[in-house]
Write a protein of this length. Sequence first.
Length: 236
Amino acid sequence: MKELTADMKYYDYYYEAFSAILSGFVGEYEVEVVDANAEDGRKHWEKKYGLKAFSPIAKNYPYSHYDDFGQSRSYGFARNHLGNDLMGQVGTPIIAVEGGIVEALGWNQYGGWRIGIRSMDSKRYYYYAHLRKNFPYQLDLKVGDKVQAGDVIGYLGRTGYSTKENVNNIQQPHLHFGMQLIFDESQKECNSEIWIDVYQIVRFLNSNRSEVVKNLVTKDYSRVYEIREQEPEGSE
Ligand SMILES: [Zn+2]
């Protein structure tokens, strides 16, 4: 194979493209399941294979969206919309689509309060923006934390479009969800970043939504059913 492809400069990227998205979405995992006939709601672990990524919107919370990838945006400078906007109510718990490491957490003038999470194999960067004013994030979350697919990471809001922090300048409350593919680390922040149209992915993930419960003291939410994933090869 190496000889046949020696002249193909970008062959390694073709090879990687196949697994660039799905390697973090499908695989073996264990999930907590409520025992049959359990009156006390006791749970046990079950092994499964299949879709292990979650919708970015928690179970039982309504949202609407359409394919708005590439539409023009004018705040700051003329540019294209590199994600999918999910309209919902302020405070809707936002869920980690795939597990990974929290790489960015804080204010930026476009995304407002936002979270950036890098997949464990470092090939995918997830961007969740316009989170809620005053209470944007799951309370314990900080840069460097490891999250699992399905964890509550923050709350839907309408912050952003301001150089000043904690300002609601977005008209309609929504989650901006973006997904960047990174084949080479030099692509992470450059003029040719690869942000993909995630609309069909979000539709697909609607079949797997994380159920959440509120802590009445802290007003923070957390998932009801934990999952355990195998680490991808080459991570850590
Ligand atoms: Zn958006």
